[in-house]
Design a protein around this ligand. Structure first.
Ligand SMILES: C[S@@+](CC[C@H](N)C(=O)[O-])C[C@H]1O[C@@H](n2cnc3c(N)ncnc32)[C@H](O)[C@@H]1O
Length: 201
């Protein structure tokens, strides 16, 4: 699913238009509480546009964990263009399966990632354990329309021979996982396609 073509398209879009509206909201939420000197852990950050923007706004360093290696060339190009090479550590790892893959950070971000992962409690629990101060993640709403969309999409993926599936996990369950790990979590934005949750210690 997340191949070099997808990475090229994401990087080109970011160069042309900057962050998408949901990512911009996530950055603004984090910026509101202060970014100066913060360490960032982005899970499933793709070509890395969110942590690039956080570094531009004062964060100190970032680690990106990805499952797909297809983003690396575009991500390196974007970091060079931004003059930020050397401030981002990019690793291929699944934090839910390998919690030692990254050290805890002040800020943890997952943009459009929980909807690609079947075991949301494991992923969010690992993310929360790594968040020293704030955690922000985006997810699709769980409505009859979104559930029908996900069902059709998964049927098409199955017919196309793909193993990848998407999910509209229950928002209350996701927030409860963060609360179980000592975070105060709430939905900060309710868009029709993407919602944003923000959690802090
Ligand atoms: C829909 S893409 C979003 C990429 C990027 N955040 C964006 O919004 O453009 C979902 C990404 O999450 C990654 N991903 C899913 N589960 C993950 C996990 N447990 N650890 C790291 N990356 C993960 C996938 O490899 C994929 O690149």
């Amino acid at each position: 699913m997340f191949d070099e073509r997808f990475a090229r398209r994401r990087a080109a879009r970011y160069r042309r238009k900057g962050l998408d509206a949901t990512a911009r909201r996530m950055v603004e939420l984090l910026e509101h509480r202060g970014l100066r000197g913060a360490t960032v852990l982005e899970i499933g950050g793709g070509v890395g546009e969110i942590h690039i923007e956080l570094l531009r706004r004062g964060a100190a360093s970032a680690t990106n964990l990805e499952l797909s290696p297809a983003y690396e060339a575009e991500a390196a190009r974007l970091l060079d263009e931004a003059g930020l090479a050397g401030r981002v550590d990019r690793r291929l790892a699944d934090i839910a399966a390998d919690p030692a893959a990254a050290r805890p950070a002040d800020i943890v971000i997952l943009h459009r990632v929980v909807c690609c992962y079947p075991d949301h409690p494991a992923l969010l629990a690992a993310a929360a354990r790594h968040a020293r101060d704030q955690l922000v993640f985006s997810f699709p709403p769980r409505t009859p329309v979104s559930r029908a969309f996900v069902a059709v999409q998964n049927r098409l993926l199955g017919w196309g021979g793909r193993r990848f599936r998407t999910f509209a996990h229950p928002p209350a369950e996701m927030l409860a996982v963060l609360a179980e790990h000592g975070m105060h979590a709430a939905v900060a934005h309710r868009g029709a396609v993407w919602q944003v949750a923000h959690a802090r210690r």
